[in-house]
Design a protein around this ligand. Structure first.
Ligand code: GAL
Length: 577
């Protein structure tokens, strides 16, 4: 008989009890539409080509994906990013393709991507497209030149979804045959009356409803409503459910808390750049968010930048770290390199089947942080067969000697642990603890087998993919700059620098209190458990376990202990899908 043991600690914040959202439903309410039982894998044009994308470039990478065997390993989605649109035909709102760049679209009166998606499908691949939730795209907001942007009148340049949601979605999924859409958000934030493009008469003003730097200037329900409408339109246009819906608003509008209910992947930070510091920023935006990912909906710290800058063939340590960390986070694995030119050493990293298997493990548990310090982190993830994946990540610039302990893996310290290094394939066996040295920027990654600390079960925090913070107690997002900072990668050193950007964080954490403290009740600390704010409701999917046991209490870090807290649990047998 298996059992689950959960330790749940509530922080009392003194808000009035809101009865309705806390009432249990007996259902799993996390997003489960589309085809993302495991994180999507494939390729995207943006990091390699930005808006200067064309059919040859895309097909060249698609061919290499097939020829190199990466497709067989799961890389299926070939995603066109910003830059494909020529204009919107004003008479009927139909979107026009840059047929000069996509010749297979050109041989019809109205260009169509159908031959292009047919070709990808015939190669055994899937096709992805890009749009924006506003009237204009991000390249239209930010591009320094006009060269690759839509041309024509202001109305013709409005290639974003905003006023055409149902029409455009139907065109993409039903008529053109795409299987994946990334929906960006610059159109909702960058076209206020003072924007340069609006002032220059190139774009119509759209009062921003989203501000990356200020939740107070963001209409969260408005943004969420638009994204839900797109999701509903996709389900209508693809009734067989063969789609991936990818949200790209970089952590704004409190999306880190609600994307798990709305789409298949959601960006947690601003754009990645081929620079180590930038990798850290993007990784940090997702690493404490394990409870906000589950099979069907994943945190997205952005595409892989393996193949450029700090992650090119002269920086294999950094490239390997990038890959291993993204796999531990259950991030989408979307290659961002021009694969026509990618050296074999990097192809080998992208093709490491043992590490891909961690990302694609059916249990869908994002790794949690077992050890955390400024320079070193140990991430642990529970795999479907009970093994653990372990990543020992040196963020800093000096080598670090590490004592890795069985208990950090929730394995018993008095029984042997067998580990395989997934880069070198070397086997290690140890009892209690083992020593290893990690080089600067290195991530050692292992698959480990041992004896569970809980003989018959698992802690809830070992299976975050089966826990949904349906209500996470955040009644009003509050700024907590110590936790999350996203930096604009292109800012140089002008101005005041990149101030902390906070747009809502969410209040449930695995193995820590919501604001990062050690779980502790009445001075007793707990290594395993879930930390939530008061007024929270957790849904737990229970894969065949017989018993649920919880120890609950108010954490010592709570700031307001005067109010009473009620804990309640409900159990539905066989009713949760
Ligand atoms: C950004 C997005 C990038 C890319 C770009 C296109 O907002 O984060 O991944 O899609 O827009 O202009």
């Amino acid at each position: 008989m298996k059992k689950i043991l959960a330790a749940i600690f509530l922080l009392s914040a003194g808000f009035a009890q809101a009865a309705d959202p806390l009432a249990p439903t007996g259902r799993w309410t996390g997003y489960s539409s589309g085809r993302a039982a495991t994180p999507p894998m494939g390729w995207n044009s943006w990091n390699a080509f930005a808006s200067a994308v064309d059919e040859d470039k895309v097909m060249g990478s698609a061919r290499r994906i097939v020829d190199s065997g990466l497709a067989r390993k799961g890389y299926h989605y070939i995603n066109l990013d910003d830059g494909w649109a020529a204009k919107r035909r004003v008479a009927d709102g139909h979107l026009m393709i840059r047929a000069d760049k996509f010749p297979s679209a050109a041989n019809k009166k109205t260009p169509t991507f159908k031959p292009y998606t047919d070709k990808l499908h015939a190669m055994g691949l899937k096709a992805g497209i890009y749009s924006d939730m506003g009237r204009n795209t991000c390249a239209q907001a930010w591009s320094a030149t006009d060269e690759d942007l839509p041309k024509g009148s202001v109305a013709e340049r409005e290639v974003g979804l905003h006023d055409f949601i149902e029409q455009d979605i139907d065109l993409y999924f039903r008529e053109w045959g795409f299987d994946y859409i990334k929906v960006d958000g610059c159109g909702l934030r960058d076209f206020g009356p003072n924007s340069a493009k609006v002032k220059a008469g190139q774009a119509r003003a759209l009062d921003p409803i989203m501000d990356l730097g200020a939740i107070s200037r963001t209409d969260v329900p408005g943004v969420q409503g638009l994204f839900r409408r797109v999701g509903a339109a996709i389900e209508r246009s693809r009734p067989n459910g063969d789609f991936v819906y990818s949200l790209c608003i970089w952590g704004a509008a409190n999306v880190r808390a609600w994307a798990k209910d709305v789409g298949n992947t959601s960006r947690t930070s601003d754009d990645i750049a081929p620079a180590w510091g930038r990798l850290l920023v993007n990784y940090d935006s997702a690493v404490h968010r394990a409870l906000y990912a589950h099979p069907g909906s994943w945190n997205d710290p952005d595409m892989l930048y393996i193949g450029a800058g700090d992650f090119d063939a002269d920086h294999l340590t950094e490239a390997r770290s990038h890959f291993a960390l993204w796999a531990m986070l259950n991030s989408p694995l979307l290659i961002g390199a021009d694969l026509r030119k990618t050296p074999d050493a990097l192809m080998d990293i992208l093709g490491n089947a043992d590490i891909i298997a961690l990302d694609q493990d059916a249990a869908g548990n994002q790794a949690t942080v077992a050890y955390d310090s400024s320079d070193l982190q140990i991430l642990v993830k529970t795999l479907g067969n009970g093994d653990k994946a372990v990543a020992v990540f040196n963020r800093g610039s000096g080598a670090i000697d590490v004592n890795l302990q069985a208990t950090q893996l929730r394995f018993r310290g008095d029984a042997p642990v067998e580990m395989t290094d997934l880069w070198t394939k070397k086997q290690v066996s140890f009892t209690k603890e083992t020593q290893l040295r990690v080089a600067p920027r290195e991530t050692a990654v292992f698959r480990a087998h041992g004896t569970r600390m809980l003989a018959n079960g698992v802690y809830l925090s070992e299976q975050p993919g089966q826990v949904n913070p349906a209500v996470d107690g955040v009644t009003r997002p509050v700024a907590d700059p110590a936790i999350f900072r996203t930096a604009a990668g292109w800012g140089g050193t002008r101005g005041a620098g990149d101030r902390p950007q906070y747009a809502g964080w969410g209040g449930a954490r695995a193995d820590s209190a919501p604001y990062g403290q050690t779980l502790q009740v009445a001075r007793k600390t707990f290594a395993a458990g879930i930390g939530v704010l008061v007024n929270s409701r957790l849904e737990v999917r229970n894969g065949g376990h017989q018993r649920f046991t919880a120890q609950v209490g108010v954490d010592d870090s709570a700031t307001d202990k005067a109010n009473a807290v009620t804990f309640s649990a409900n159990y539905w047998r066989n009713r949760i899908p």
